[in-house]
Design a protein around this ligand. Structure first.
Ligand code: HEC
Ligand code: HEC
Length: 495
């Protein structure tokens, strides 16, 4: 070896060694992570970081409104919630004078039982709380106090935050991720007089709220003009009502139904699918079981953190934040987003309310496990276990479902996107996304989803897993026997 090269290698090693020594001295002098006899310091720091992210991320997921109270204040949803008993409150066009807890629960909102003081729970169970009075809803939105500076109530309604005036009336409401992506464990509680308390229970983060009627709730707001203005902002769109009035928006979103929302409509203005003449919401998907999954949303807009930034900036209508996606400049595909520069949202680091939340939010979401299947119980009969294992063979070998739904992620490692023609469905929703494809849905927790209303595929077009299997059987000409189909369904329910 020539001398110069040997020297170079030697000095490289010396440099490395110095760097290592330097690094460990640095770690030793870090007072946040005192030496621990049992653990390597770096490991301890990593654990601590993970705990911090978990805590912050959970808090953001559950409690951060991302400034959405600005938008909801503008459309006046709070006025409909409080009703005419409060100054400024209104009666809705449906004749509803204020949203009582009974009404709120009926439209799918949930109450976190663990955020209720024990005395209140007792009072509710003893029929001492009027659940038909909108004033009780306001009380629930500030049951654990009101922040004196911001007026934000610390309440118990999952995913909804009240913002209060000093006289106790509502100034606005804001929403959090938990509104759609959390629900509660239904305890089946009843009051002494037998009033069912469905929708009050411990919070379940990540489980989609398929009871929640987002469209109906938003339609109660007295002033939907800002929504109509946004939808009209790019001028007439082919196949769409134009200009769309506030009342037409109200009517349209009322047809969405429970468990659904249209996250793309504020990008492309496609209030209705011209082919069907109907609105085109998608199901609210689970926010669990997403670790290891590359592309997210039904049509693969991006990663989890891409979509979190998208939602924080563009869906919660919060401000200010930063969001960059030049794909939204395509005028033909995303007319509303393009004309409003949605792909170029910028803020300054001191004002940005969103960017500093993204790392922890991402971490928390990826840590949400898919729930265990309620269909798998240790005492299952041998016949059921046999059906499940035959079903697995159908899934993996006979029908080759596992070619796309690769266990244990049940989606493809890598670019998990497919053309509509590969799965035998129409391209309407895929065409509303940058990639024009559908993302292979990860199937973890499918067993518990099978118990929920809403159906399967992005728009819930198949009501049952049997319908999904029949679709693949017809489309791919699998020639599965009835036995194979039912075995396959039994296996899917176990995921
Ligand atoms: C109004 C209801 C609603 C709220 C509030 C909401 N989401 Fe969603 N979320 C949806 C819907 C609907 C989709 C499906 C969108 C699609 O595929 O086009 C979705 C999709 C997602 C996905 C993709 C899941 C998957 O299967 O890949 C993630 C991640 C997500 N949302 C995170 C969030 C976060 C974080 C927040 C809060 C900042 C939030 N969402 C707030 C309704 C909501
Ligand atoms: C070519 C890839 C591919 C193959 C093969 C495939 N799938 Fe899918 N699967 C997808 C895609 C993409 C979606 C999303 C469709 C949508 O949301 O509209 C999906 C969705 C599903 C869903 C709906 C999940 C939900 O929560 O809505 C189920 C269930 C499912 N597939 C089961 C199967 C079974 C069973 C087979 C085998 C008979 C199979 N898949 C074969 C790509 C595939």
């Amino acid at each position: 070896m020539p001398r110069t090269r040997a020297f170079a290698i030697l000095s490289l090693f010396t440099g490395l060694a110095l760097l290592l020594v330097g690094g460990s001295t640095l770690a030793l002098s870090d007072s946040r992570h005192p030496p621990d006899a049992n653990t390597n310091q770096r490991d301890a720091a990593i654990h601590e970081h993970a705990d911090d992210l978990m805590e912050q991320g959970r808090n953001t997921f559950r409690n951060d409104t991302f400034g959405s109270e600005g938008f909801f204040g503008a459309i006046g949803l709070h006025k409909a919630i409080e009703g005419t008993k409060f100054a400024g409150g209104v009666k809705t066009d449906l004749g509803l004078d204020g949203v009582s807890p009974a009404t709120a629960l009926a439209v799918g909102l949930k109450v976190d039982a663990e955020a209720l003081p024990a005395s209140l729970v007792t009072a509710v169970l003893n029929d001492q709380v009027d659940l038909t009075d909108p004033a009780t809803t306001l009380a629930l939105l500030k049951v654990n106090g009101v922040d004196p500076t911001t007026g934000e109530g610390n309440g118990a309604v999952v995913g909804v935050k009240g913002f209060f005036n000093s006289d106790g009336s509502l100034k606005s409401v804001g929403i959090t991720c938990g509104l759609c992506h959390s629900t509660v464990h239904n305890l089946g509680l009843k009051t002494a007089k037998g009033v069912a308390l469905d929708g009050i229970g411990p919070r379940l983060d990540g489980v989609p709220n398929r009871d929640l009627n987002v469209g109906l709730i938003v339609s109660l707001a007295p002033n939907l003009k800002p929504v109509a203005d946004l939808l009209n902002s790019a001028g007439p769109q082919p196949g769409q009502p134009s200009p769309i009035t506030a009342d037409a928006v109200r009517g349209a979103i009322r047809t969405w139904g429970p468990g659904k929302f249209d996250a793309e409509v504020f990008m492309d203005g496609k209030v209705i699918n011209p082919a069907t003449g109907k609105t085109a919401p998608t199901l609210i998907p689970p926010a669990y079981g997403l670790a290891g999954v590359n592309m997210h949303t039904f049509t693969g807009w991006g990663s989890v953190t891409y979509w979190n930034a998208f939602v924080g900036n563009l869906e919660m209508h919060g401000q200010p934040g930063t969001f960059f996606d030049p794909r939204l400049d395509q005028k033909d595909k995303f007319p509303i987003a393009a004309v409003n520069n949605f792909g170029h949202i910028s803020s300054t680091p001191d004002k940005d309310r969103i960017t500093d939340k993204l790392a922890a939010l991402h971490f928390y979401q990826l840590s949400l496990p898919a729930p265990a299947s309620p269909f798998v119980i240790p005492t299952d009969s041998q016949a059921v276990k046999d059906a499940r294992s035959r079903g697995r063979a159908v899934f993996e070998d006979v029908a080759k479902c596992a070619a796309c739904h690769v266990p244990p992620l049940f989606t493809e490692p890598g670019w998990n996107m497919h053309l509509p023609s590969e799965i035998g469905i129409d391209s309407f929703q895929a065409d509303r996304s940058p990639d024009g494809r559908y993302r292979t849905t990860p199937l973890g927790g499918l067993g518990s989803r099978a118990q929920q209303q809403g159906g399967f595929y992005h728009d819930g077009r198949f009501a049952t897993l049997t319908e999904v299997v029949n679709h693949y059987n017809d489309f791919q000409r699998l020639n599965l026997s009835d036995q194979q189909k039912s075995d396959l369904v039994e296996y899917l329910k176990s995921l």
